[in-house]
Design a protein. Structure first.
Ligand code: SF4
Ligand code: SF4
Length: 422
């Protein structure tokens, strides 16, 4: 038996099956890996999954994370059975937590009651207000889905289910960061928001440098603008009230703590994906034959996760960094970000640079001062939210001293008279 260690596994009980057809979805085409399959996790795989997860993790909390495709296509009985298996295995020092990522369109009162009774954390995929969400998130007949998704959110709220928002940042909403953030905060009432950039290759077969990206991909400058505009609003008034995971992960970097995100960790390897038939892959973004670790019905998950293949996959993130990243002043927070997006070349022509590099550099540089302040507060045992008062006072002083034709202290690049001095 292998030594238990913690990793974050995403299980796909319905494989790539989904009732929607979002234009940018990278997972729908994965159904091609299992031609003729029902894309349905059977009971033997479910049992093996829950048992092996409990055996291979340290605890005391073990997270069962369901994802898709659309996991609710499995029906409620599948998840009831999962909870039954968890209850059989729970003991002092071992407790299961459940999360599910869903498009929210199939939820009803029965689902919500089940989530509430079993303390599920529900992630809802929503890309912003109606027009921005509907730009790419469509159903199988190409129709918009905003109404169905927000109806699902309302049901969750009515039943007191904890939920978070997973928002992709793409070409359509990329210039509207503040509008998207305010919509989530003020109209949806979201307390937890995760932002994921869409970097979508035209070439579906591999991960070669220089591949063309689709027009739905967010540009590096757009991504920087999105993140910085949301950050400025958040750091001005929402620290400690709204949790934007990208900012939490950044704060961990400034505080010298491990990142909560594989994307901003030095190495990969702790975020495997489990397909409906028990096939375990190195990562959700590398569900392809060359990154198949094995099947958990044949080899225990713990053994697959601590094997050489997964170790090499994890280290490749670090070993593959171009010199440009090694010399970068924000590498401690970025680490070259996700290898799936390393399709660009560094200025000296070296391959392996993240396509979003320019955006990450700008964002991490932009947040340096407030992050330093919040990290200092944290290390003094104080709340990072206190930074809001310090920053407001510093701004007030800077605004009092600045001339009308000088650059605005807010960092917008505009003259004071055209910005905060208007
Ligand atoms: S490839 Fe990307 S998503 Fe996968 S583990 Fe590495 S950083 Fe995370
Ligand atoms: S900001 Fe760019 S250069 Fe710096 S670590 Fe990230 S990807 Fe590399």
């Amino acid at each position: 038996m292998t030594t238990p260690f913690n990793f974050h596994l995403l299980a796909k009980p319905a494989g790539a099956a989904c009732n929607l057809r979002c234009d940018y979805c990278f997972f729908l085409k994965k159904a091609g890996l299992y031609p003729g399959s029902k894309l349905h996790m059977e009971d033997d795989v479910l049992c093996a999954y829950i048992e092996q997860l409990a055996e291979s993790q340290v605890g005391p909390e073990v997270t069962v994370a369901w994802q898709g495709g659309e996991p609710t296509l499995m029906g409620l009985d599948f998840f009831r059975r999962s909870i039954e298996l968890e209850r059989e295995l729970e003991r002092p020092g071992l407790r299961f937590e459940n999360t599910i990522q869903t498009n929210g369109t199939l939820l009803d009162a029965e689902w919500c009651r089940f989530f509430r009774e079993n303390d599920f954390l529900v992630g809802i995929s929503l890309d912003g207000p109606r027009e921005l969400h509907d730009a790419y998130r469509k159903d199988a007949r190409g129709r918009p889905t905003f109404n169905e998704v927000t109806r699902g959110v309302e049901l969750l709220q009515e039943h007191g289910v904890e939920f978070n928002i997973l928002c992709t940042v793409n070409a359509a909403n990329g210039d509207h960061g503040l509008e998207v953030y305010r919509f989530f905060r003020d109209e949806i009432g979201a307390k937890y928001i995760q932002l994921i950039p869409v970097v979508e290759r035209d070439n579906e077969t591999g991960f070669q440098e220089g591949e063309a990206l689709t027009g739905r991909s967010v540009s590096p400058r757009q991504y920087a603008g999105f993140l910085t505009s949301v950050f400025d609003e958040w750091v001005d008034r929402d620290v400690g009230e709204v949790f934007v995971l990208t900012f939490d992960w950044a704060l961990a970097a400034w505080a010298g703590e491990p990142s909560g995100s594989c994307a901003f960790a030095p190495t990969c390897g702790n975020a495997p994906a489990l397909e409906h038939n028990g096939d375990l892959y190195s990562c959700d973004h590398f569900v392809e034959p060359s990154h198949l670790l094995g099947n958990i019905l044949e080899t225990p998950m713990g053994e697959l996760m601590s094997g050489e293949k997964q170790r090499a996959f994890g280290l490749e993130k670090l070993d593959g960094l171009p010199q440009f990243c090694l010399d970068c002043e924000v590498r401690f927070a970025c680490h070259g970000a996700c290898p799936k997006d390393r399709v660009a070349k560094a200025p000296d022509g070296e391959p392996g640079l993240n396509y979003l590099c320019e955006g990450y550099k700008e964002f991490f540089s932009h947040i340096d001062e407030p992050m330093k302040l919040m990290a200092e507060l944290l290390s003094a045992g104080r709340a990072p939210s206190e930074a809001m008062d310090f920053l407001a006072e510093a701004r007030r002083r800077a605004f009092a001293l600045v001339g009308r034709n000088e650059p605005c202290p807010c960092g917008s690049g505009l003259k004071y008279k055209h910005c905060h001095g208007k």
